[in-house]
Design a protein around this ligand. Structure first.
Ligand SMILES: O=C(O)C(=O)C[C@]1(C(=O)O)C=C[C@@H](O)C=C1
Length: 354
């Protein structure tokens, strides 16, 4: 068949897809009306997961799960926006990895606010200037983001979803020849994670200049002669700085887990959930072991236990951030926590992705 013939077929199929999408959005609009009347929650991640699970199961075509997910997450994002435009606050600046993570979930139709600190994201969601907040909670090379854990203790917000993102760094510059590069701008952490690339391509004469974000690095490299940036792909694209090398990080397994914050939101169980809590245990020998043994006895898998010093004025020396498998409403979980009501702050139960 000639190319023109194939294209004709594609055009016909696209027309039908668009028509079906428009029909879907008509129904979504009615769901939105209903939800607004009953004050029900717009964002239902467990329902979105159930749809993707179902489509993945029935799918007989060429699409794999990742492709189905990519297409439908965008459809859900448009749908949610139609039900109620949602503002998403994230740890900026524009072009940061957090921005990339936020866009991967909320798509191109949502309204975004870039903020300068993790606390500003918490504050913005708390005071209803944004419905959702996206912040990093841990990187598999660098460990947990302690500020996020501490803020989860201080603010009454819920974790409604986790977002794992593979972190890749790009090397971007206006220079065509590496020999012309005198300065490389980036974040400290990025220099550490791309040290082999830097050693392999540059001699000691090149200056590594740490700045507060990889987007700032891109902005400077765009203006300054002889400068380059190590940055997120999205940042180089945003400021139109040519990428010379992609994926320059030392380890191919660098990933960051982000969380989505929201006020007063409770996800229904999805059958594959994770729960996050903060536990304040008494400062006496064996308190943590006894508490954790309860999980063991109930056959609940612990995913993460992090200790943080309790801040002044508290009777407790340490606060423990704990992630475990299961929904807070599960009978097994309720059995464990029932003797610890006063010690526990429930942060959220959400679909487990990591
Ligand atoms: O089923 C719902 O509750 C909807 O609002 C519809 C819909 C969808 O597009 O399928 C949209 C948003 C929710 O996060 C989940 C699903």
């Amino acid at each position: 068949m000639a190319l023109e013939e194939y294209r004709k077929q594609i055009d016909d199929l696209d027309n039908r897809i668009l028509d079906l999408l428009a029909q879907r959005m008509e129904v979504v609009k009615q769901v939105g009306d209903l939800k607004r009347k009953t004050k029900a929650t717009i964002y239902r991640p467990e329902r979105e997961k159930a749809i993707i699970d179902r489509l993945d199961k029935m799918n007989k075509g060429l699409l794999n799960r990742a492709a189905i997910e990519a297409i439908f997450l965008e459809i859900f994002a448009v749908a949610r926006n139609l039900e109620l435009p949602e503002r998403v606050a994230y740890l900026g600046p524009e072009g940061s990895f957090t921005h990339q993570a936020a866009e991967s979930r909320y798509g191109a139709m949502s309204t975004y606010t870039s903020l300068n600190s993790i606390e500003a994201v918490f504050e913005t969601v708390k005071s209803d200037r944004a419905r959702f907040g996206v912040v990093p909670i841990e990187n598999n090379q660098e460990g947990v983001v302690q500020e996020t854990i501490d803020l989860l203790g201080r603010y009454d917000l819920n974790i409604i979803a986790e977002l794992p993102l593979a972190i890749h760094f790009a090397f971007a510059t206006e220079e065509e020849n590496l020999k012309s590069i005198k300065k490389i701008y980036s974040k400290d952490i990025a220099f550490r994670q791309c040290s082999a690339f830097i050693e392999d391509h540059f001699d000691k004469g090149v200056e590594l200049v740490p700045v507060n974000s990889t987007s700032t690095a891109v902005k400077i490299a765009k203006e300054e002669k002889g400068a380059a940036a190590i940055c997120a792909h999205i940042a180089a694209k945003e400021y139109d700085l040519p990428i010379l090398f992609e994926n320059i990080e030392d380890s191919g397994e660098n990933s960051t887990r982000f969380i989505i914050l929201c006020k007063g939101h409770f996800n229904e169980p999805s059958n594959n959930d994770k729960t996050s809590i903060l536990a304040r245990l008494e400062d006496k020998p064996g308190a943590l072991v006894t508490f954790l043994q309860e999980f063991h006895k109930a056959k609940i898998n612990l995913c993460k236990v992090e200790s943080r010093p309790a801040k002044e004025g508290s009777n407790f020396k340490y606060i423990f951030y704990i992630d475990f498998d299961g929904h807070f409403n599960d009978r097994r979980v309720q059995k464990v926590v029932k003797n610890y009501w006063h010690n526990i702050k429930w942060l959220g139960s959400y679909v487990k992705l990591v």
